[in-house]
Design a protein around this ligand. Structure first.
Ligand SMILES: Nc1nc2c(ncn2[C@@H]2O[C@H](COP(=O)(O)OP(=O)(O)OP(=O)(O)O)[C@@H](O)[C@H]2O)c(=O)[nH]1
Ligand SMILES: [Mg+2]
Length: 172
C-alpha cells in the first residue's frame, strides 16, 4: 500500500553554527539541485532545505541561519533555535571554524545538553593548517563523546567521511 511505503518520513539533518563558518558551502556540497529557499514563517529570515543521500539512504537537510548560542539575541538565532526545538532534527551537524574552536565549542555542548544527536564538523582545516594549528580530532571526539570530522568544505575535503558518519548516525 502506498500509505505504508510513504509512512517512513525522511530523516531531517540540520546544519547549525556561528555565522560565516561554511554552513552553506557544506549544505551545497551535500544537497543536489532540488533545493527550496523560503522565509521562515513570520520572519524575513531565509531557510534552505534540500535532499541529500548517503549510499542509498536519502535525508532532508536544512541550512540554518548563523547562531552563537541557544539563548537567542538576533532574529536569525531565534529562527535557528525555533527550528531546532520545533522540528527536532534527527541529527545536528555543528559546523565550526577550526581556527576558533574554543570560542565555538560551547554551542556544541549546548546542543548535546539539549538532547540532540550531534556531529561536529571542524571546517576550514586548510586555513587552520596554514596557521600552523594542529588539532587532535580523535582526542576531541573522545572528550565530547560525539563524532568529529575535520573538513575543508570549500575544497570538498571531509565530505565523504561526513556522509559516512551521517549514514551511521541515522541508523545505517
Ligand atoms: N578557506 C576556506 N574557506 C571556506 C571553507 N568553507 C567555507 N569557506 C568560506 O567561508 C565563507 C563563508 O561560507 P558560508 O558557507 O557562506 O558560511 P555560513 O556559515 O553559511 O555563513 P552564514 O550563512 O552567514 O551564517 C565563504 O567565503 C566560503 O567560501 C573552507 O573549508 N576553507
Ligand atoms: Mg549560510
Amino acid at each position: 500500500m502506498a500509505a505504508i511505503a510513504n509512512s517512513q518520513k525522511a530523516s531531517l539533518v540540520a546544519i547549525v553554527g556561528n555565522p560565516n563558518v561554511g554552513k552553506s558551502v557544506l549544505f551545497n556540497r551535500l544537497t543536489g539541485r532540488y533545493v527550496t529557499v523560503s522565509n521562515y514563517p513570520g520572519t524575513t529570515v531565509e531557510v534552505s532545505k534540500g535532499t541529500a543521500s548517503a549510499y542509498r539512504k536519502r535525508f532532508t537537510v536544512v541550512d540554518t541561519p548563523g547562531m552563537y548560542s541557544m539563548s537567542p539575541i538576533t532574529e536569525e538565532e531565534r529562527v535557528s533555535r525555533k527550528l531546532l526545538m520545533e522540528e527536532r532534527p534527527d541529527l545536528v551537524i555543528h559546523v565550526v571554524d577550526a581556527k576558533n574552536l574554543q570560542r565555538m565549542l560551547p554551542l556544541t555542548l549546548q546542543l548535546i545538553e539539549a538532547g540532540f544527536a550531534v556531529v561536529l564538523v571542524m571546517n576550514m582545516m586548510d586555513e587552520a593548517e596554514k596557521h600552523g594549528l594542529r588539532i587532535d580530532a580523535i582526542e576531541l571526539q573522545n572528550r565530547l563523546g560525539i563524532p568529529v570530522v575535520p573538513a575543508a568544505c570549500l575544497h570538498g575535503r571531509g565530505i565523504d567521511v561526513l556522509r559516512d558518519v551521517v549514514h551511521g548516525q541515522l541508523g545505517g
